[in-house]
Design a binder for this molecule. Sequence first.
Ligand SMILES: *Cc1c(COP(=O)(O)O)cnc(C)c1O
Length: 384
Amino acid sequence: MRNIPLNKPFIDDKEIAAVLSVLKSRSLSGNGVIGKEAEDLMSRLFDVKYSLLTTSCTHALELAMMTLNIGFSDEVIMPSFTFVSTANAAIKQGAKPIFVDIEPVHLNLDPDKLEAAISAKTKAIICVHYGGFGCQMDKIMSIAKKKKPQLYVVEDAAHAIGAKYKGRYLGGIGDIGCFSFHDTKNLVCGEGGAFLSNDSKLAKKAEIMREKGTNRADFLRGEVDKYTWIETGSSYVLSEILAAVLLAQLQKLDTINKERVKLADRYLQALEPLGVSGDLILPKISPEIETNWHIFYIRVFDESSRDQLLKHLKRNGINAAFHFLPLHASPYAKSRYGYSEGDLPLTEEVSKTLIRLPIYPELASDEQQFVIKKIYEFFGRKES
Ligand SMILES: *Cc1c(COP(=O)(O)O)cnc(C)c1O
């Protein structure tokens, strides 16, 4: 029987050689030459002034909240259709998450619902580029700008490496951007992330907080003769071993994302008739964005068809999957913040009806064809 995973990291001899070379160098800890090289490359690739590698995107988001001095009695606006890390980063600082519904085109934070969610306590908006489809950054940035200097925009760009909004790279548009290099993402290093910013003050503060609240980075650059404790902080530096894997991955970004685009085009073309017949809903791509196809999703019309389709695919060795459970309807958000089911209708509907299909550079065309065939089979239709 076939076994087609949902995702598969694209690793070859380059990553293996890079890891061996770091091990042989005996310099394994973070903030070293390889990490610096990866950071410089990231800054160049995504047209951003400052890039800092972190141990995960979860940690990059935490670092963002710390850097922005988010604290007790502050509010942070975010979608509910996201991973728990988006919310935890704010909650860890003592802030309250304010969940806003998504819009129907790209399933991102709905800018038209943003203003109503802003209060005197709002300190930040975290927007999430779901699946690599960019948020409406113009609207979000201009709403935030009206409340400057107090209201910041953080992009949770965990899905969005290499994707664009109006020609600009996601992760470099807000005050801070955060990437993930977890195994499930487009570029991987096992566990890892990045903090991006164009703001020198924020970047400087993050650099200190990432190094246990010390100015060790200044010391490594030879700017001071010893380093010392100057801020609160934690340990968010990425090991050179993982940075080496990431550097090799960054050099393949184009190849990886192009392969995903090809696969997505094939899915879109092959499944189009099922969209026309009203069996399913295909993703839409508005002209202002360029997605990296981190996720290829389809949607059906109710939860039970979604579950049956997933079961049908699983039985055939296809590891398709549902995605985020709405955070506002989780036990924690209900008991601690008083949210309830029904509060964010579109988030809830999308969560019940969305299916992610396998997409990764090594997905062979006969495997993809098999996935397509099994979807047609489920709906009892003939592929033309
Ligand atoms: C994966 C993910 C994260 C967390 O990334 P890690 O690197 O695993 O910490 C955060 N936000 C979103 C939207 C994600 O999908």
